[in-house]
Design a protein around this ligand. Structure first.
Ligand SMILES: [Zn+2]
Length: 165
């Protein structure tokens, strides 16, 4: 129970972050309302369980510290059925948000695995090149050994020839 209520609080906060910012209106149609500071009252949208989506006038500092405490509803009460539908729609937004973040992670995983495949292909190419160089090196080693042997034989032959003279 405690964990489900804390997770619903977290979801609630995220929803408020998503929806509260664009819900503030300062240049709404007249008549303007003024708070006790004599400032133009902002028109906010409530996202409480009891009044989801219902607009009200409040001090511009309403969400900082309550401001001067000015409060007046703009919309009439929506009624129980409308509130239920709005809450269901908000839950759908949350579900879509979760699904979207899962899809984004999966897409990221797909990109990483494609990059890994490319690296493995490059490695296989490098290995083949390395094998070719290895074969070439062994050929040259054989040639070098033959050349050393020929040189040695020539030296011995020249030495024997020199001694006979
Ligand atoms: Zn105020």
């Amino acid at each position: 129970m405690a964990s489900s209520s804390s997770s619903s609080t977290a979801r609630w906060r995220r929803r408020v972050v998503l929806l509260r910012q664009p819900s503030r209106e300062d240049d709404y149609e007249p008549p303007r309302r003024y708070c006790y500071h004599r400032m133009v009252a902002s028109r906010w949208t409530s996202w409480t369980d009891g009044n989801p989506g219902r607009r009200f006038y409040g001090c511009p500092y309403y969400y900082q510290d309550g401001g001067c405490g000015f409060f007046a509803w703009h919309d009439n009460e929506f009624g129980e059925r409308a509130n239920t539908v709005i809450k269901e729609l908000l839950d759908d937004i949350d579900k879509l948000y979760d699904e979207n973040s899962i899809l984004r992670r999966a897409e990221h995983g797909q990109i990483v695995s494609e990059e890994l495949d490319a690296i493995q292909r490059d490695l296989r190419k490098l290995k083949r090149t390395h094998e070719l160089y290895d074969v070439e090196l062994r050929k040259w080693e054989k040639k070098f050994k033959v050349a050393i042997c020929l040189l040695f034989v020539t030296c011995v032959w020249l030495y024997l020839l020199y001694r006979k003279m």
